[in-house]
Design a protein around this ligand. Structure first.
Ligand SMILES: [Zn+2]
Length: 283
């Protein structure tokens, strides 16, 4: 499932072929994905210019010259593919339409952007740009983890009195938007905080330590995604899924990466999600 860094990587990959460009033709091949598409979506997208591409949590918003914004959510398996455009050193011809190509945007200038989603948990919607933050999917979101509103006093206030595990609290999208399972595991490992610790039990120091670590972990992953846009992985025109090495996530039974620690990484299941942690380094 794409997390915030993957979505940001997709946004950055789409930017050069979409931002400032007119959608010459939009083709919509089904009535909807997770939810129905808005009425006349193809007509409303055709002939309008994409003014800007931005990201809110795991949503991409394409602001359009029509005053609407196209909201894109990749869901579990959604993929954005670019063809017909020069990408780095590679030129991608348009591939034959594939089974799960649900929305195809032909941009002026020749690039084709295809939204392919085999499991169909993704979503697209059109909303007024002016009131975008009021969209039901966006209105419930907490501050961006890389934004100024997310700071130590804010986090301390939101964790105070909260009896849930810190892992669960950080995954709460009302508290902070876009933090997912993989990156929360990495953050708690670096912070030396056990994923089962009650949120209210964190000291002021521990809470203050979390904010820059969250920013670091996400920024490093976004940087890795940016590298993937420049290297061979982009050769197939698919955006956003990149190799990134994790210090603790997915490493059950392997030695802890902290120098001098002889413990093995453990896994436990919290709220149906795997937590990876070092029982020695994380207390
Ligand atoms: Zn350790």
């Amino acid at each position: 499932m794409p997390e915030l860094p993957e979505v940001e990587t997709v946004r950055r990959g789409l930017e050069p072929v979409m931002a400032g460009r007119v959608i010459a033709h939009a083709q919509v091949n089904r009535a909807g994905l997770r939810w129905p598409f808005p009425p006349q979506m193809a007509e409303r997208l055709t002939g309008v210019q994409v003014l800007a591409l931005r990201r809110r949590s795991k949503y991409i918003l394409a602001d359009l010259s029509s005053g609407e914004s196209l909201l894109i959510h990749l869901g579990m398996s959604g993929r954005m593919l670019i063809s017909g455009a020069q990408l780095g050193d590679f030129h991608h011809d348009h591939p034959a339409p594939a089974k799960h190509d649900h929305v195809v945007l032909d941009m002026e200038g020749g690039a084709r952007v295809t939204f392919n989603d085999a499991r169909r948990f993704g979503a697209m919607d059109l909303l007024p740009t002016a009131g975008a933050e009021a969209h039901p999917l966006l209105a419930v979101l907490g501050p961006e983890p890389l934004g100024n509103a997310f700071d130590a006093p804010y986090l301390a206030a939101r964790l105070a009195g909260r009896n849930t595990p810190i892992k669960t609290a950080l995954l709460d999208q009302h508290l902070v938007a876009g933090l997912g399972n993989i990156y929360v595991c990495e953050v708690l490992y670096r912070a030396g905080i056990h994923p089962e610790r009650r949120a209210l039990s964190l000291s002021a120091d521990e809470t203050a330590r979390l904010v820059p670590l969250i920013r670091d972990v996400l920024a490093e992953a976004i940087e890795a995604g940016g590298s993937s846009l420049r290297d061979y992985r982009q050769a197939d025109g698919e955006l956003g899924y990149f190799q990134h090495s994790f210090r603790v996530y997915g490493r059950e039974g392997q030695p802890c990466a902290t120098p001098g620690c002889a413990a093995l990484v453990h896994r436990l299941v919290q709220s149906g999600r795997s937590s990876f942690f070092c029982p020695h380094c994380q207390r």
